[in-house]
Design a protein around this ligand. Sequence first.
Ligand SMILES: Cc1cc2nc3c(=O)[nH]c(=O)nc-3n(C[C@H](O)[C@H](O)[C@H](O)COP(=O)(O)OP(=O)(O)OC[C@H]3O[C@@H](n4cnc5c(N)ncnc54)[C@H](O)[C@@H]3O)c2cc1C
Length: 125
Amino acid sequence: MLTENDVRAGVKGQTHPDIIAITDHAVDVHGRKGRLYEVSNGPYGIPYRCLLPRGVRNLFIASRAASFSHIAAASCRLCRTMMTLGQAAGNAAALCVREGAPPRKVDVARLRAVLVEQGVAVTVS
Ligand SMILES: Cc1cc2nc3c(=O)[nH]c(=O)nc-3n(C[C@H](O)[C@H](O)[C@H](O)COP(=O)(O)OP(=O)(O)OC[C@H]3O[C@@H](n4cnc5c(N)ncnc54)[C@H](O)[C@@H]3O)c2cc1C
């Protein structure tokens, strides 16, 4: 699950090997107890694993319903990030079909390479 720790760490402080999307919007919790603060350590990454629900083998969740804590979701829920997750899920599904492998066995290095080829940022310079 993506958490506030990821948001606060920034991509340079995260150690996940399977980051497939980068984002950087402020944490913007709505409601009476809402709060708003900028991400302090630059952009952060979303791991591929956030798209894979427990207990279901052949399903990707590429939306607000992906595995995010509510604080992390308050930052990463933006349309642009959801579009990036959709791009990653679509490519991962294509790799599954091509290789006859389930989502959990996708070669994430290969998935990241495909995304880079398509102009999707999966890292920061
Ligand atoms: C008022 C408001 C303002 C916002 N402003 C911004 C903004 O300025 N910038 C920004 O980046 N984000 C903004 N957001 C957030 C952003 O819109 C969402 O976080 C983002 O769209 C979530 O993407 P999603 O794919 O998870 O869901 P959605 O974009 O909600 O997509 C879900 C889709 O599934 C469809 N659907 C639902 N049930 C079914 C079903 N049973 N069968 C078939 N289809 C179904 C829905 O019709 C919808 O099209 C705003 C959100 C709100 C509510």
